[in-house]
Design a protein around this ligand. Structure first.
Ligand code: PGA
Length: 268
């Protein structure tokens, strides 16, 4: 696992955006050979999306031949609901880049048969040849997408019930009214994320510091779903200083030194 510790949220977002730009441009996607990217919602990736939109508008990257696959969606919210992830992706990202809307994929939280919807989503990912780069955030309890503690590390796309902590964390988007937060969601599984050829996780703020520490220094356990990343051969966590405060000093120094060497072209 690579851990990139940037000074603050802005620097973390810029690093993540530049990494995505580098990957897409290196891949040089075409209509016949598109780049497939997994995307998160939430407050953490907004800065990265803004940087990517700027880069796209400046002609530094194009999403014409990029296919997106989102992580999750609430059950029961209309796509036009301002807190639905359909709405989030359109207003925070898709409306500002040159992507073809038919290349964007999100789970349908209104599906009558959610089992069939989730199965079809997995099949769609397979038919695309898998995901080249899956980007994600984490919750303060170490969840990834809506895979709460206790989720199998081999889990696939499915319907889940949200934990009280997640409902509480997300209530800030629903006028701080717990009763307005959906209690169920459709989500890719931990296994769906870690099947991607590369995974990049963004973590910002001291409220995520314990989860980051567990992900990097802790055991691999279903009680911290993000810890599954330790088994991935090509994974990066990009965080800010605030999120790194629970790491041991020796861990912090090790990764800082690794990045210094990487930037000098002496590692990887
Ligand atoms: P956040 O959510 O980016 O809004 O903190 C991340 C998550 O819960 O996965």
């Amino acid at each position: 696992m690579r851990l990139v510790i940037e000074q603050d949220y802005a620097a973390m977002s810029t690093w993540a955006a530049e990494h995505v730009i580098k990957r897409i441009n290196k891949f040089a996607p075409t209509a016949d050979r598109p780049f497939v990217i997994g995307l998160p919602t939430g407050s953490t990736p907004i800065g990265m999306y803004q940087e990517l939109a700027k880069a796209c508008q400046a002609g530094r990257v194009s999403f014409k031949n990029v296919i997106t696959v989102n992580m999750d969606e609430y059950v029961g919210l209309e796509p036009s609901h301002p807190e639905s992830y359909h709405y989030f992706m359109k207003s925070n990202f898709f409306d500002h880049i040159d992507i073809d809307p038919k290349n964007t994929h999100l789970l349908n939280g209104l599906a009558k048969d959610t089992t069939a919807e989730c199965q079809a989503y997995e099949e769609m990912i397979q038919s695309l040849g898998g995901i080249d780069l899956f980007i994600g955030g984490i919750g303060s309890d170490g969840h990834i997408a809506f895979n709460e503690p206790g989720s199998s590390l081999a889990s696939r796309t499915r319907e889940v019930r949200l934990m009280p902590e997640t409902i509480r964390d997300n209530s800030r988007f629903f006028e701080n009214d717990l009763s307005k937060v959906p209690t169920r969601a459709l989500t890719v599984g931990v296994g769906t994320v870690t099947d991607a050829r590369e995974v990049m996780i963004l973590i910002s703020g001291s409220n995520k510091a314990r989860a980051l520490c567990k992900a990097v220094e802790g055991h691999i356990t279903q009680m911290c779903p993000i810890s599954a990343l330790q088994l991935h051969s090509d994974s990066i966590i990009v965080c800010d200083d605030d999120a790194a405060v629970e790491l041991q000093v020796k861990t912090f120094r090790f990764y800082k030194q690794e990045e210094k060497l990487a930037r000098e072209g002496l590692a990887y």
